[in-house]
Design a binder for this molecule. Structure first.
Ligand code: ADP
Length: 260
């Protein structure tokens, strides 16, 4: 048990104490404003799909669809917005597990190839819809990784999902993995719209989007990269991004090698 009493021996020490209390109080009020901001963002994000769902269901109930085809279009919008809501709620649950430090990590060794294959399989419809070609380039003697397999699959899924969503039709996506000191470096490159350099420092922030309308329209929650960063941080790895507007982006992260 440590002694919490603070003994002041001089005016200088009092000055230092006053400064650090001032600093702490600033940090607390910053934290408080971050929390408020987060709640405001969440409410806004939940409200927009709900408003749209409500609007289209009302229109259907009032018989406003002029024929079967139009009614089907309304229902498709309702379906899309419901999916987005459900993704948003799942992402929020995951984020709150990280915040409350209740996220459980199942650490073990696993081959990277199998989770890349699984992520690609889960996204095959989106890949086919845009007629994209995904090429993987994994060194043949790639060591096993060490981490939570499901969460690393989620990292790859989120990055690949973005690469697909921000690519133009018939584009190409490259996934590579190489040993990197005691780590493994995984990179996902697309040749899509890219990110302006002024936005780069913020893209890992919760709900930050370069183009809000486009992200929402394509089902984005604005939380994908925040979750990626959180998972990789908790694995002791690093995330990185290089991007040129109009040319494309490379997102990368490092992961421990098994036994490394
Ligand atoms: P979202 O659900 O909006 O995609 P993310 O957290 O995954 O949220 O990404 C944050 C923002 O970063 C996106 O809205 C987009 O503006 C930008 N972004 C992410 N990945 C890419 C990419 N591969 N190419 C271009 N922009 C991207």
């Amino acid at each position: 048990k440590f002694d919490e009493r603070v003994e002041i021996h001089s005016k200088d020490e009092l000055g230092v104490l006053a400064l650090s209390i001032n600093h702490m109080s600033k940090q607390l009020s910053e934290l408080d404003s971050m929390r408020r901001n987060f709640v405001a963002n969440v409410s806004h994000e939940l409200r927009s799909p709900l408003t749209s769902i409500q609007g289209y269901i009302d229109a259907l109930l009032q018989g406003k669809g002029k024929d079967k085809q139009e009614e089907k279009n309304y229902l498709q919008i309702v379906q899309k917005e419901t999916h987005r809501l459900s993704r948003l709620v799942n992402d929020l649950l995951e984020i709150s597990r990280f915040d409350s430090q209740t996220a459980l990590f199942n650490m073990d060794e696993f081959p990277l190839r199998s989770i890349i294959d699984r992520a690609m399989k889960s996204l095959r419809l989106q890949t086919a819809a845009k007629d994209l070609i995904i090429t993987t380039n994994l060194t043949s003697d790639l060591p096993l990784c060490y981490g939570d397999e499901d969460r690393i699959e989620q990292v790859i899924y989120n990055l690949l999902d973005n690469a697909i969503r921000y690519s133009s039709d018939r584009g190409e996506i490259l996934i590579s993995a190489i040993p990197y000191d005691d780590d493994i470096l995984v990179e996902i490159t697309d040749f899509g719209q890219g990110i302006p350099s002024k936005d780069i420092p913020f893209i890992w922030d919760r709900f930050y989007r370069v183009d809000k309308a486009r992200s929402r329209n394509e089902g984005g929650t604005g939380l994908g990269l925040a979750i990626v960063k959180e998972i990789i941080d908790l694995h002791g790895g690093k995330v990185m991004v290089e991007s040129t507007p109009g040319e494309g982006s490379t997102f990368g992260f490092t992961l421990k090698q098994s036994g490394g």
